[in-house]
Write a protein that binds this ligand. Structure first.
Ligand SMILES: Nc1ncnc2c1ncn2[C@@H]1O[C@H](COP(=O)(O)OP(=O)(O)OP(=O)(O)O)[C@@H](O)[C@H]1O
Ligand SMILES: [Mg+2]
Length: 381
């Protein structure tokens, strides 16, 4: 497995500084590389948009336009793309391993096997020799994403301000989209490379083992979390008895979807894609909203308490699939742990880059802490 966290550092001039990668260098490098993947004589030119700052927490997405000639004498082609660039090992990556090829293959297969709208993927540069990290190009899709910063529950954004009927449409269509992913037949065979490599008797056990290993990976950079350790012990002792193994998107939240007119037009962010029971994604969808809602609750803001309510999401999912979902509590705790580990990594990154002092209590970094603590109380963990 390609692992940029252990790979030798790229040459200094190409190192992907989080906010200061040199646009001119990137443009020149991309142009030279595209000339090798496009037909001979294509003579590509590249325009990189909006600087090259990281706009995500775990990798980088860079919008760019490419102009080239398909055949001499024919009209020029213009492609609107997004480059997805693997995170740099120097940047305190969120995940211990990062397999860009898997993401690329997952998006391509979802495009082939389902009606789920994913951006068409084009060329992948797996070596890291061109930009200092592997990347691929996919189509740039027009659409809007519910904001994470500030979370959409804070108001003053297109989703919050929409009519109840529009919010309901977005919710329903998103659940239907997740259901369509889960319907990929025989995922273990068609897309089995997404299964966690960690040991376990079932797909869910392997996911949990991977999450435990992810926590162990996060500890040295930031410290231990008694809450997460308590949750992991409870999860291991109460593993649901299911052998289900469908294609799970992994990071199944509305902040990873491009919408047009409240309908999904681009399902993004496949780095957490896995095989496991459908409850993994359904819980993630609901839990992610609960995290944002709980922050507004704490601040005594209205938030969106009627949006992505578990019972409604479950009813839609079960209505379109005919599948009766199991109880989601275990999955909420599991996803609470995953959120916590993401905050451990992003916190460690902020410390590394001098943005914050090392916290005395690392759990203060976890915006999902009240929610996870409440869940742990409910299950007597
Ligand atoms: N194919 C695309 N077309 C248009 N915009 C895109 C595309 N891919 C990514 N984007 C834009 O870049 C943003 C970040 O993309 P994405 O969620 O895939 O990456 P990420 O930064 O790793 O995510 P996260 O913040 O969840 O870790 C999206 O919200 C969207 O605005
Ligand atoms: Mg994202």
């Amino acid at each position: 497995m390609d692992n940029p966290t252990t790979a030798a550092p790229p040459p200094a001039d190409l190192r992907l500084q989080r906010s200061s990668r040199d646009t001119a260098t990137v443009t020149a490098r991309l142009t030279t590389w595209l000339a090798t993947v496009l037909p001979p004589g294509a003579d590509p030119s590249v325009v990189v948009h909006g600087g090259v700052d990281a706009n995500g927490m775990s990798s980088e997405t860079v919008p760019l336009d490419v102009t080239w000639t398909a055949d001499p004498g024919e009209a020029t082609q213009v492609g609107r793309y997004v480059a997805r660039v693997a995170p740099d090992a120097q940047d305190v990556p969120v995940f211990p391993t990062y397999d860009l090829q898997h993401q690329y293959d997952a998006i391509r297969l979802v495009g082939e096997l389902t009606d789920v709208p994913v951006p068409t993927v084009h060329w992948i540069e797996p070596t890291g020799d061109v930009l200092g990290a592997p990347f691929f190009l996919m189509d740039r899709v027009d659409g809007v994403v519910p904001p994470d910063v500030l979370p959409y529950t804070f108001g003053d954004n297109w989703l919050f301000d929409a009519a109840a009927e529009q919010q309901a449409r977005l919710q329903r269509r998103t659940v239907e989209t997740i259901a369509a992913l889960h319907a990929v037949p025989d995922a273990e065979r068609t897309i089995g490379f997404l299964a966690p490599e960690h040991p376990g008797a079932t797909a869910l056990a392997r996911n949990l083992a991977r999450t435990r290993a992810w926590y162990d990976f996060a500890v040295p950079d930031i410290g231990r979390s008694p809450m997460v350790e308590r949750a992991l012990a409870w999860l291991e002792a109460h593993l649901p008895d299911t052998e289900e193994s469908v294609l799970c998107w992994g990071d199944a939240r509305i902040g990873n979807v491009l919408y047009q007119d409240f309908e999904p037009v681009g399902v993004l962010d496949w780095e957490m894609a896995t095989l496991g029971p459908p409850e993994l994604d359904v819980s993630w969808l609901v839990f992610a909203h609960q995290v944002f809602q709980s922050i507004t609750d704490m601040l005594e803001l209205p938030g969106m308490p009627d949006f992505l309510v578990e019972a409604d999401v479950r009813a839609t999912y079960e209505g379109v699939t005919g599948v009766v979902l199991g109880d989601l509590t275990w999955y909420h705790v599991y996803n609470g742990v995953q959120w916590s580990i993401v905050f451990m990594r992003t916190g460690a990154r902020q410390v590394r880059f001098g943005e914050i002092e090392p916290p005395e209590d690392l759990e203060t970094l976890m915006h999902n802490k009240p929610l996870l603590e409440k869940l742990l109380e409910e299950v007597h963990a």
